[in-house]
Structure formats: structure tokens, C-alpha cells
Design a protein around this ligand. Structure first.
Ligand code: FAD
Length: 462
């Protein structure tokens, strides 16, 4: 029996980051992973492969739509789907092997297999039982099913199947207009698939700033995606090669059917805790099937902690990573902290969408006095030069103190631009602090500064 200071269960961004930080803090650490490769959902079937396909398909879009305008003429590239998949798999391989290297470098034992916790202080992997002073569960999440809809990962797929389709479908129905559905829908729309998104609510990406939502939907529609909103999917009938989706419009209860080669069910994800033995261990769960934790990621069972998608909060890789680092500090007897008010959310479509902090709707609802500074990328020289002038930056600041409360960006590199505002928020900065900071020209970041200026005396370029 081996003895550890910490055993982490799961090697996704929560688990592997946690294991590395534990080892860096001098704790004897092991990480259990049942998958063939390290890196969890994110590296194997989530963030990384989806971004590889988004990147490749965006290059195609640029070649088809913008190259000729810049004087780059010639035959537009054709799609070799097998090669695109090979590129994606290579990117996954480089990343997962990278984690393996980091484990070796930090002397972390990878316990291969599915782990369970027979009792506090013990982790069973296969027939072996290991002892650990601290156990950190980072078992992640899986797609949540729609009642009555059977997923075969061929015709009716989750994101996992959608990342590895044998061929590019002619018609795809995406059920759910959330981040994953829209990112993967965008990939296939750029590759020539007719993509129809069916969403239960009356808007796409629920929870996002209303103005951004409307602009986002318009831009995606321009790119060829079609949206059926306020529609409840009733059933999906599939053969080996086709599917028929029946939905009911909520406004008048009328029913319609649509045929598709592939149906992507992208209706959210749920925590994955199967096989861990949490019931027998007496670990408290929330009503939503998440592991219940306190402010230090401790469960009600002494020495057992949980982080990432398996607990409450946004299901995001960087949230899991931050919790991984913080809980490592806690078990090492130090102080771990995550500021849940400043966790950015990004959609990696083109243009990208990024947000942090409060939305305008939430501020209104809370009755908080605020001001809005908005700046369109149309006034940004770099964006205009790069055919990327769609979208805007919107900063929300407290009306009295000018402190930044939130920001919402739709536009080029929004997922990178948002971090300037995250740092500002962490430092309790005012919009004027951003506005008075010199920003290099010509950069997309100037649009952030202009939006900050718009919270005060006004932007220069609009
Ligand atoms: P996971 O990454 O889910 O890892 C959990 C690991 O634990 C898995 O490898 C699993 O095999 C293992 N495991 C579970 N139980 C056991 C057990 N009993 N024994 C051994 N091993 C076990 N988030 C972003 O922030 N940005 C993005 O761009 C993004 N894109 C995404 C795209 C897609 C298509 C999907 C599906 C998700 C995306 N996400 C994205 C979400 C992100 O992947 C998750 O939030 C993140 O992976 C959660 O990390 P985690 O460590 O909690 O769990």
C-alpha cells in the first residue's frame, strides 16, 4: 500500500493543476485517471479539440471571404476532413503528453484506472488501495441527456461525437444555443454544413448581456446559422444515417419537424461522480448532483475535498484550475482563494464573445446605479484593417465611484482583451484608471480604453 499526502481523483484542468501545485508545495502527490490520457474533458474532448477545429475552420473562412480583398488571389483551399481531424488529434496529443511530462517533472504518480473512496483516507484503484491524508475529487462532468433522446454518438451526438464525425454533414441540427452548441455549430457552418440551432428559450446564450446576445445572433445568422428560438424539442427519431427532430413552438404550441444528417445535443453538462462511492462515504450532495463543499472546497467528510465541474459554479476549465491551485494551498496549510466575482467567460466563435462581472440586466435588477461606456470596433483602426470591425466593448461602472462592475465584449480577440478588465477589477480599478492607461496603437485593446473613456468624458474615435 502506498502512502501519499494527497491523492487527486481526475486529471482534468482542476485535477492536474491541483496535483502540480500540491507537488510544488512539497506534498507527496498522486493523481488517479481512468482515461487513457491525462487532461480530462478539456484536453481530450473539450476546450482544446474544439479550439483546434475553430481555428482551422476560421482559416478557411478567411481564405474564402477576405483573402481576395487583400490581394491574395488563387484557388480557395478545399477541406481535407481527415487531415483536419489528424491536426486536431495531434494538438490533443501534444497537450496530453505535456501533462504527462509535467507529472514526471514534479514527481507525481499517475495511478492509472478508475478510483473510488472506500473510506476517508483511502483510495482504491483496481485492486490496490492507497492511503492519503487528503483526497481531492476532481471528477469533472459529462453531457446531460435530454429525456427520451438516445445518443448514439454517430447520428445523434454530444460534443464528443461532434468533434470526431466521420464526415462533414450536409445538415446539422444543434439542440441548445449555449456555448458548446454555438462553437461547434460555427465550425460546421464554416465547413459548409447547413446548421439549424433549436433553443428552448427566446434568446441564445442565456445569462449573457442582452445587447451582446442580439448582436451575436445577428452575426451568426450572417454566417449562415439559422435559429429556431422558443422551441421545445419533443423527440428525435434516428436511423443509422439520418434523424428527424420534432419540436413544438412555445408561442402557439405548433409542431414542426426537421430532417438532419447529424443532431448535436448541446443542452448542458452535469457533474460526474459515478463509481466514487460517495453515497456510502456519506458525502453530501446538492440538489443538482454537485458535491457540496464549503468555502475551502472541503466536503462534510474530513480530509475529502472537491473542485471543478463536480462542484457548484460555472463549468469552466479556468475556474477548475483556480480551485485546484487554491485547494492545494489549503491542504498545504496555507491560504487558498478564488474570486468568483471575476471569472471570465468566453465563446470562441468569430467574433469572440467575452464577459466578466455583472451584466446590465443584473445591475438593473439589483437597483444599482451604474453607467455604461461602449465603443464599437468600427472606430478601431486595427479591427477595420483586419476585417474584424463587427462588435463592441461595453464597460459597466458604478455611477458614483466609477469602479468597474463588469465588461462585455463581442469582437476580435475578445477572449484575450477581457483579461485587462479582469486585472483591473481584481485591483478594484475605476473606468478612469483604464482610460488613463496608455494603450499601444494600433491594437484591439484600444477599444477597451475607448469604452473606459466612454464611461467618463467620452471616447475619441466615435
Ligand atoms: P474534467 O476535465 O471533466 O476532468 C475530469 C477527469 O476525471 C476526466 O478525465 C475523468 O476521466 C476523470 N475521472 C472521473 N472520475 C474518475 C474516477 N473515479 N477515477 C479516475 N478518473 C476519474 N471550458 C473552458 O473554460 N473553455 C473552453 O473553451 C471550453 N470548451 C469546451 C468545449 C467542449 C466541447 C466541452 C465539452 C467543454 C468545454 N469546456 C470549456 C468546459 C471544460 O472542459 C470543463 O469545465 C473542464 O474540463 C472541467 O475540468 P475538471 O477538472 O473539473 O473536469
Amino acid at each position: 500500500m502506498s502512502q501519499y499526502d494527497v491523492i487527486v481523483i481526475g486529471s482534468g484542468p482542476g485535477g492536474y493543476v491541483c496535483a502540480i501545485r500540491c507537488a510544488q508545495l512539497g506534498l507527496k502527490t498522486a493523481c488517479v485517471e481512468g482515461r487513457e490520457t491525462l487532461g480530462g474533458t478539456c484536453l481530450n474532448i473539450g476546450c482544446i479539440p474544439s479550439k483546434a477545429l475553430l481555428h482551422a475552420s476560421h482559416q478557411l473562412h478567411e481564405a474564402e471571404h477576405n483573402f481576395a480583398k487583400m490581394g491574395l488571389k488563387g484557388k480557395s483551399p478545399s477541406v481535407d476532413w481527415k487531415q483536419m481531424q489528424a491536426y486536431k488529434d495531434d494538438v490533443i496529443g501534444q497537450n496530453t503528453k505535456g501533462i504527462e511530462f509535467l507529472f514526471k517533472k514534479n514527481k507525481i504518480d499517475w495511478l492509472k484506472g478508475w478510483g473510488s473512496i472506500p473510506e476517508a483516507g483511502k483510495v482504491k484503484v483496481g485492486d490496490a488501495v492507497h492511503e492519503a491524508k487528503n483526497i481531492i475529487i476532481a471528477s469533472g462532468s459529462v453531457p446531460s441527456a435530454l429525456p427520451g433522446i438516445e445518443v448514439d454518438e454517430k447520428v445523434v451526438v454530444t460534443s464528443e461525437g461532434a468533434l470526431a464525425l466521420p464526415k462533414i454533414p450536409k445538415k446539422m441540427v444543434v439542440i441548445g444555443a449555449g456555448v458548446i452548441g454555438l462553437e461547434l455549430g460555427s465550425v460546421y457552418a464554416r465547413l459548409g454544413t447547413e446548421v439549424q440551432v433549436i433553443e428552448f428559450l427566446d434568446q441564445i446564450t442565456p445569462g449573457m448581456d442582452g445587447e451582446v446576445c442580439k448582436t451575436f445572433q445577428k452575426l451568426l445568422t450572417k454566417q449562415g446559422l439559422s435559429f429556431t428560438l422558443g422551441a421545445a424539442v419533443q423527440k428525435v427519431e434516428a436511423t443509422k444515417t439520418k434523424a428527424k427532430v420534432t419540436y413544438k413552438l412555445r408561442k402557439d404550441d405548433s409542431e414542426a419537424t426537421v430532417d438532419a444528417d447529424v443532431v448535436l445535443v448541446a443542452t448542458g453538462r452535469k457533474p460526474y461522480t459515478d463509481g466514487l462511492g460517495l453515497d456510502a462515504l456519506g458525502v453530501e450532495m446538492t440538489e443538482r448532483g454537485q458535491i457540496k463543499t464549503d468555502g475551502h472546497w472541503a466536503t462534510n467528510v474530513k480530509g475529502v475535498y472537491a473542485i471543478g465541474d463536480a462542484i457548484a459554479g460555472p463549468m469552466l476549465a479556468h475556474k477548475a484550475e483556480d480551485e485546484g491551485m487554491a485547494v492545494a494551498e489549503v491542504v498545504a496549510g496555507k491560504h487558498g482563494h478564488v474570486n468568483y466575482d471575476v471569472i471570465p467567460g468566453v465563446i470562441y466563435t468569430h467574433p469572440e464573445v467575452a464577459s466578466v462581472g455583472q451584466t446590465e440586466d443584473a445591475l438593473k435588477e439589483a437597483g444599482r446605479a451604474y453607467k455604461v461606456g461602449k465603443f464599437s470596433f468600427m472606430g478601431n483602426g486595427r479591427a477595420k484593417a483586419n476585417f474584424a470591425a463587427d462588435g463592441f466593448v461595453k464597460i459597466l461602472a458604478d455611477k458614483e465611484t466609477d469602479r468597474i462592475l463588469g465588461a462585455h465584449i463581442i469582437g476580435p480577440m475578445a477572449g484575450d482583451l477581457i483579461h485587462e478588465i479582469c486585472v483591473a477589477m481584481e485591483f478594484g480599478a475605476s473606468a478612469q484608471d483604464l482610460a488613463l492607461t496608455c494603450h499601444a496603437h494600433p491594437t484591439y485593446s484600444e477599444a477597451v480604453r475607448e469604452a473606459a473613456l466612454a464611461c467618463g468624458d467620452g471616447p475619441i474615435h466615435s
